[in-house]
Design a protein around this ligand. Structure first.
Ligand code: ITT
Ligand code: NA
Length: 208
């Protein structure tokens, strides 16, 4: 079968295609429906935004639709950028400008640090605890009902980008258990531990 995912994020599309491909399903995204307008993400939470994206697109297509709202919460930034992760660096934001903004915000705090953090072997330093959050919502317009889930992964923000896999903040997201950033994991490794992988597993549990 086919799963419609209400996203215009190519990184998310790749990850859902990998996951659903293993289940023998293929994924279509908003790249396949260019005529549909963008959904305004004005919710106060990841879950609210995911529900709005899923319901809006599902009602337009008259098909069940899955949506993902996700982001990065950085402890030393009081949980920012959070639900504003995609637009952290302002108008025209992209992954590179958002990563630069994150390092700039953490650099502002560096003067207050005691310097107790030992550098890693390559000289890099870990700047803050952080976690990725993913809220999924599947809306069925026929039954007018949602199935929802959330997933999380804990890590730390490293002071320089490492790795080329994944997308978004992955090159700055250090996983102590791997000794690598999320962008240094293979797609399979990322899916096995990521916020999105966890959320998808929880969603599938509810469907079976
Ligand atoms: P859609 O709303 O069209 O799905 P989007 O990119 O605007 O695409 P979000 O509003 O959910 O999606 O914003 C999520 C942002 O959080 C995304 O742009 C990334 O910067 C970041 N993010 C989410 N998941 C991530 C992941 O697995 N790895 C790295 N960064 C991630
Ligand atoms: Na969002």
């Amino acid at each position: 079968g086919t799963v419609v995912v209400a996203t215009k994020n190519a990184g998310k599309v790749r990850e859902f295609a990998l996951a659903f491909g293993k289940l023998g399903m293929n994924v279509v995204s908003m790249f396949d429906y260019p005529e549909l307008p963008d959904v305004v993400e004005d919710g106060a939470t990841f879950a609210e935004n995911a529900r709005k994206k899923a319901k809006t697109v599902a009602e337009a297509l008259k098909l069940p639709v899955l949506a993902d709202d996700s982001g990065l919460a950085v402890a030393k930034l009081n949980g920012e950028p959070g639900i504003y992760s995609a637009r952290y660096s302002g108008a025209g934001a992209n992954d590179a400008s958002n990563n630069a903004k994150l390092l700039a915000e953490l650099a502002k705090l560096a003067g207050f640090e005691s310097g107790k953090q030992e550098p890693l072997p390559d000289g890099s330093k870990l700047l803050s605890d952080a976690r990725f959050v993913c809220a999924l919502a599947l809306y069925d317009p026929q039954t007018e009902s949602f199935i929802e889930s959330e997933g999380y992964v804990a890590g730390q923000i490293i002071d320089r980008t490492r790795g080329v896999n994944g997308f978004g903040y992955d090159p700055l997201f250090w996983l102590p258990a791997f000794g690598r950033t999320m962008a240094e994991l293979t797609p399979e490794e990322k899916h096995a531990i990521s916020h999105r992988g966890q959320a998808l597993e929880a969603l599938l549990q509810q469907l079976t």
